[in-house]
Design a protein around this ligand. Structure first.
Ligand code: AVJ
Ligand code: FE
Length: 440
């Protein structure tokens, strides 16, 4: 019955918002106030900016736009928390709400939002259809939780976050085929039906993809170490022109956070220095490094369409699935998502999350760089605001797919698109490689 469906949707919205808030608290209550207001890296905002920006976006979209409420603060605070008005490096000097006030503000907004969920019809078209605005706000909070986790990774000092390690790799991880052949032909890319999909994932459209091979798992630290040992960072043959220029200017020699001591490679990982774990997917590499590795290996990065076809195409039915394993929401057996663990699982993990052709770990673990620029799909319409996606189209950004251990399932789908500059590597980025059926 429609009434029951709407009650179930209300419960799903409340749960998604509550899950996000629990994570926000984990990330902001493990450090003291000076730490929240400090800038740990010029690349990032102080944590207290993300904290109040989360509440401010929730107030703007849900209370003011959907609910028609008056502003909570008599003076405008919106401009302080507008990501386009103030670059990250300048945010520590803004008159931001101090931590206690930011928490109080978020708490006030959330209390009113919980009432609004009960009073608002969740059907029709536009922002309320299937509770879209609420889903968008839950995704937004989770995206900033990921941003705050990036800040935690950049922060120096002893560990403040802990989580259990992912399960060990299954027995067959060592004997998996290196790559999988994805047959050529059309498939449906993007979505017109996923209720909380963001504008850049829309609309569904048919794309012709020629046959290609794709790695069964993400590239591991062990494999990446071979690239380093083979002088990959010193050989311009493997790098694009801009990539080599960047490599020379910044002195890149290994993924971010790596160091070499007494012949051993170590990395700093959330406040702990550890030997680089050979079986885990490589993490914290730029697009330039991923692209150079692929060329060294005689391969290339998959295009965005290839990645999505590997992740969603069911060759038996010709249908595109929501996830590699089917249409069900992710469970802990399918993928390493939601900051349950603070690291990717060893390559070959999550057999229950494999695609129909046997490709593993497409969802979760590490964001995967693709070879493609971030561009609009045919038929794209900016919605509900052009600053989410549209202003980033044009070729300055490369697409990443699949989410990472740092991504919550509400912000992760087979169609979900992320993007960043090709130099960026403080994000939770890794990659896998591909090759055309005949040649590179
Ligand atoms: C989609 C991850 C690139 O964090 O810059 C957050 C998401 N947009 N607030 C970002 C976002 C507005 C965005 N990314
Ligand atoms: Fe934001």
């Amino acid at each position: 019955a429609p009434g029951q469906d709407e009650d179930a949707l209300r419960a799903r919205i409340a749960a998604a918002l509550t899950t996000a808030r629990a994570r926000t608290r984990t990330l902001t209550e493990c450090v003291d106030d000076p730490d929240l207001t400090a800038q740990h890296s010029p690349l990032m905002s102080p944590l207290v900016w993300d904290l109040a920006h989360i509440g401010n976006q929730e107030e703007l979209w849900l209370l003011r736009t959907v609910g028609g409420h008056e502003p909570i603060f008599p003076s405008e605070i919106n401009s302080l928390y507008d990501a386009f008005e103030h670059p990250r490096a300048e945010r520590p000097r803004l008159p931001l709400l101090p931590p206690g006030e930011a928490r109080g503000y978020n708490h006030e907004v959330r209390g009113r939002v919980m009432d609004l969920i009960e009073k608002t019809p969740l059907h029709g078209s536009g922002l309320l259809d299937a509770g879209f605005a609420f889903g968008m706000v839950a995704q937004h909070e989770q995206q900033h939780d990921e941003t705050m986790l990036i800040t935690h990774q950049l922060r120096t000092g002893p560990a403040v976050l802990t989580a259990p390690s992912p399960p060990a790799a299954p027995a067959d991880a060592a004997t998996l085929p290196r790559e999988v052949l994805v047959p050529g032909g059309p498939f449906t890319m993007g979505t017109s039906t996923e209720p909380w999909a963001l504008d850049n994932e829309r609309p569904a459209h048919s794309v012709q993809v020629d046959a290609f091979h794709i790695d069964t798992t993400p590239v591991t630290n062990g494999a990446y170490l071979e690239f380093i040992a083979d002088g990959g960072y010193d050989d311009p043959r493997w790098w694009t022109g801009p990539g080599w220029e960047h490599r020379q200017r910044t002195g890149l020699f290994a993924p971010l956070y790596w160091s070499r001591e007494g012949g051993q490679w170590l990395r700093r990982h959330f406040g702990v220095t550890e030997p680089v774990p050979a079986a885990e997917p490589v993490l914290h590499v730029s697009w330039y490094e991923a692209d150079a590795y692929a060329r060294w290996a005689g391969r290339r990065l998959p295009t965005e369409a290839e990645w999505e076809k590997a992740a969603r195409h069911d060759p038996a039915t010709g249908r595109s699935r929501r996830y590699p394993w089917g249409d069900e929401d992710p469970g802990p057996e399918h993928a390493n998502l939601g900051q349950r663990h603070l690291r990717p699982a060893p390559a070959g993990s999550y057999p229950a999350g494999a695609s129909p052709l046997g490709v593993r770990q497409l969802i979760g673990d590490v964001w995967e760089w693709t070879g493609s620029d971030f561009l609009a799909y045919p038929g794209f319409a900016a919605w509900p605001y052009p600053e989410y996606s549209e202003v980033f189209y044009g070729g300055d950004y490369k697409v990443l797919r699949g989410g990472a251990f740092a991504v919550d399932q509400v912000a992760c789908r087979g169609t979900f698109r992320n993007w960043d500059h090709p130099v960026r590597r403080q994000i939770f980025s890794g990659f896998r490689t591909a090759r055309s059926q005949d040649g590179r």
